[in-house]
Design a protein around this ligand. Structure first.
Ligand code: GAL
Ligand code: MN
Length: 308
């Protein structure tokens, strides 16, 4: 009798002990799978590029065979020329190393462009553009300049184009994994927010209007790209929509970024880049972001912008 009882106790103890350790193990390991989840595919089956989702050596070898050139636009007007040195030097360390890159730099002060040593097959062309009084106009006007550049000059010069903010710096690889027909970058503020909190334009009077309940992601205008044809259509459309807004005396809340978001809602990007491809130096880290590739530098807005 006694022996049977203690065997029962022993078995019960084993059961409770094992269940408890199972629970502890589960609660520990479940944090590996939830909470820090990344979405690596959109509902329309476009990949979302995160560290760990691609093999950089394989990707490079595939795109190397295609002998491609990546045009890259950068705008540095007024005091924004101060960002050029870090932007270009860090790009030369991390951006499409080993591929043909042609930067088209638009500035109102060509004399302020620093001397930066370009890597093999990397070239820089500087273009003078008129100064403007409002940063919003500089930002929106990029759509027109990029549209014209692609239409008038790039046809036989490049295969892909990226349009990047200059007040940013590279910290890690940005390479051929980012190439596709139409490429949007998820804004670092909103990647884990519900869509009703995205800062879309909400006034129906603007061409950039996106009604509540619609929208997939909130994309940044600080980096976007794709094939020449697709980015030409994007910039042309956004510039047309911006001008309809001007004629109706309305300016979308985040300027060309609002129009870009509207465009991507109806013309879905074929590839999305995670916020690794545009972080912000001032942001706290996030579990999902294992590597920061490109990041907005901290800046004193009042000091660098021509207006407020
Ligand atoms: C800010 C960013 C702006 C705009 C805005 C959208 O963080 O500085 O350029 O993208 O988010 O809400
Ligand atoms: Mn910027």
């Amino acid at each position: 009798m006694r022996l049977r009882q203690s065997v029962h106790f022993f078995l019960l103890g084993m059961f409770v002990g094992l269940s408890l350790s199972g629970l502890i193990l589960l609660s520990y390991t479940s944090s590996w799978f939830s909470g820090t989840d990344i979405v690596s595919m959109t509902p329309w089956l476009a990949p979302v590029v995160w560290e760990g989702t691609f093999d950089s050596i394989l990707i490079d070898s595939i795109f190397k065979q295609q002998n491609i050139t990546i045009a890259t636009t950068v705008f540095a007007l007024g005091k924004y020329t101060r960002f050029l040195k870090d932007f270009l030097e860090s790009a030369e360390e991390h951006y499409f190393v080993g591929f043909r890159v042609h930067y088209y730099l638009f500035t109102d002060q060509p004399e302020a462009v620093p001397e930066v040593k370009m890597g093999e097959n990397h070239h820089l062309t500087v273009r003078r553009v008129p100064s403007l009084d409002r940063w919003q106009d500089i930002s929106m006007g990029r759509m027109e300049i990029i549209e014209k550049l692609i239409k008038n000059e790039l046809a036989n010069e490049a295969d892909y184009i990226f349009c990047l903010d200059v007040d940013a710096k590279f910290y890690g690889r940005w390479g051929a994994e980012s190439l596709d027909r139409l490429v949007g970058v998820i804004h670092p503020w909103f990647f884990d927010y519900p869509r009703d909190q995205f800062s879309y334009e909400r006034r129906p009077e603007s061409q950039a209007f996106i009604p509540a309940g619609e929208g997939d992601y909130y994309y940044t205008a600080a980096a976007f790209g794709g094939s020449l044809a697709d980015v030409h259509h994007l910039t042309k459309t956004c510039w047309e929509q911006l001008n309809i807004d001007i004629a109706n005396s309305i300016e979308a809340i985040w300027h060309e970024e609002s129009h870009l978001n509207k465009y991507f809602l109806y013309t879905k990007p074929s590839k999305l880049l995670s916020p690794e491809y545009l972080w912000r130096d001032i942001s706290i880290s996030a579990d999902q972001v294992k590597i920061i590739r490109f990041s907005h530098v901290a800046k004193n807005y009042a000091e660098v912008r021509p207006n407020f």
